[in-house]
Design a protein around this ligand. Structure first.
Ligand code: AP5
Ligand code: MG
Length: 216
């Protein structure tokens, strides 16, 4: 399993649990996890050219322009063409088409979580910026309040996690990212998992990936 080609995309609205489920997939299937949001946050904290551009959009809950995202992601996967887990990309039809023109995709996992669950979750989210590890004040607290379990470093609240910005992000998801789900559905690659609990969705996703992609 560890040497097989496995190119997975994980999709779902903001706060659906993509980061949370991705960490589990990455460790169970030894897949490099590439989160477009984590990549952008690293650029922003380092003050790079891409980071300065991204900050203008992400702080308003807007999508970063396609051209910037496509080159950022294609550059990042170019060294590991055959095994990756993409989280947060593609988010628009032009991004999905650009990816298809450059690499194959084996499966697209869609976390179908209702909007009503989302805002409540995001309010309590805390992240460890260098690793992308995700916590929740109430549902998944770190061992010591506000500190990362592995490094003891400070956790932060993302600037785009303000409830008004989250509503904006949900609107963009519905208008710009839902067509990407239809695109993968037509290609017969989409597999949706409906629910509100990552702990309930995870065993279903793990079983699916094992059955579809275990050694031939
Ligand atoms: P990104 O970082 O990708 O944000 P997002 O898609 O809005 O998703 P989130 O990271 O907010 O949520 P998640 O689904 O990972 O949930 P998580 O596991 O953290 O992108 C940020 C921004 O960058 C975008 O808005 C955009 O501006 C820009 N961008 C990124 N990619 C782009 C692209 N391709 N094109 C253009 N622009 C792009 O879980 C959420 C919380 O819930 C956590 O606190 C977690 O602990 C908690 N939680 C999880 N599961 C449960 C549960 N079962 N019960 C209770 N709490 C739970
Ligand atoms: Mg995330």
């Amino acid at each position: 399993m560890t040497s097989r080609v496995l190119r997975v995309i994980i999709m779902g609205p903001p706060g659906a649990g993509k980061g949370t489920i991705s960490s589990r997939i990455a460790s169970a299937f030894k897949l490099p996890h590439l989160s477009s949001g984590d990549l952008l946050r690293t650029h922003i904290s380092q003050g790079t050219h891409i980071g300065r551009e991204a900050k203008r959009y992400t702080s308003e809950g807007l999508l970063v322009p396609d051209q910037t995202m496509v080159s950022l992601i294609l550059d990042s996967i170019s060294g590991s063409e055959l095994r990756w887990l993409l989280d947060g990309f593609p988010r628009t039809l032009p991004q999905a088409k650009a990816l298809s023109e450059n690499v194959g995709v084996d499966t697209v996992i869609n976390l179908d979580v209702p909007d009503s669950t989302i805002i409540d979750r995001i309010k309590g989210r805390r992240v460890h910026l260098p690793s992308g590890r995700v916590y929740h004040d109430e549902y998944n607290p770190p061992k010591v309040a506000r500190l990362d379990d592995h490094t003891g470093e400070e956790l932060i609240q993302r600037p785009d996690d303000h409830p008004d910005t989250v509503r904006e992000r949900l609107q963009h998801y519905n208008s710009q990212t839902r067509p990407v789900l239809d695109y993968y559905e037509k290609l017969n690659l989409l597999r949706s998992f409906t629910g509100t609990e990552s702990d309930v969705l995870w065993p279903q996703i793990e079983t699916f990936l094992h059955s579809e992609f275990s050694t031939e």
